[in-house]
Design a protein around this ligand. Sequence first.
Ligand SMILES: Cc1ncc(COP(=O)(O)O)c(C=O)c1O
Length: 386
Amino acid sequence: MRPTFLPYGRQSVDEADIQAVVEVLRSDWLTTGPKVAEFEEAFAARVGATHAISLSSGTAALHGAVFAAGLKSGDEAITTPLTFAATANCVLYQGATPVFADVCPDTLNLDPEQIDKKISPRTKAILPVDYAGHPAELAPILETARRHGLIVIEDACHALGAEYSGRRVGSIADMTVFSFHPVKHITTGEGGMVATNNPEFAETLRRFRNHGISSDARQRQSAGQWHYEMVLLGFNYRLPDIVCALGLQQLKRLDANLARRREIAARYTATFSEISGLIVPAVRPDVNPAWHLYPIRLDMEKLTADRAQIFRALRAENIGVNVHYIPVHLHPYYRERFGYKGGEFPVAEDGYARLISLPMFHGMSNQDANDVIAAVKKVVGSYSRS
Ligand SMILES: Cc1ncc(COP(=O)(O)O)c(C=O)c1O
């Protein structure tokens, strides 16, 4: 057993990151200043989008995207139940209704055929999630969206740096949402971004994050003006200069972070695909995942223990396993508000019952990965039927 607890995800912060933050602390602008624009421009260039708009979290970015898409009371948006609650909650923030569709058995991403069955005259948007960092089925989803006049908001909070059919995630959907929470590929503590090629969405998002005001304080100062106009009901969802400086620095290491995650995933997959009782994450052809998570599924028929026992045994080995996700419709809030009882989305629910996320982050050492492999072999081996 390893001597210290290994979390499932963790940030890496180096001296250059700290210096960049300290420099901003000594400057004139702590919140919306030059670092915001620099971070947004560098980010947009990295993901291949014309615009990137920073917001205070991935959740705020989702809220902004749903707002910019024009969702309101009476509208519906189709999304996956196998995600973090924020993906569906952002639809509720706008008074609209999230409608869940089941997922594909291999990737656990939103199933395009199931989406088709959920489209109604009220549907305004589709919110696919790139589960674990594997891009959603964007081509058929966009095709369906174009046919019905819907907006696609891709929740790519897991997928910064992923590629789909040779294109970068962030350059494909109408709006793509990212998170900079510490377990993600780059961090600003809390933080989020919307990437889009649509100038109107970009303008609305810039206003939405700043109370609905049509200019920011720095623009007014440099123009020598006091006048401003509030043109829509926005929020204070700004990402401060202090952390945009951190984001800019972190972005320089994105490629190295991705390479390390891909290396660890390749080692895990090579080892775990040989172990009876384990199902490794699927990778579709023409996709380069970003490996935010490494979720294995248990093949219960080949094991003598249930998921909870295996989870506890791995935790007892100091391996910080986790489960992503309890399907959103099974949370008490959704059950009570919408009457879900379980059984509505059999593929997502079956996936959930078997899932365990193993530690996966770019700062993991080879020894950390060896410890995960040794613990999984030991625990799963001891509960194997064969
Ligand atoms: C799929 C998904 N969407 C949205 C979010 C929300 O992002 P944030 O924590 O930055 O608000 C997360 C956060 O982990 C996520 O995993």
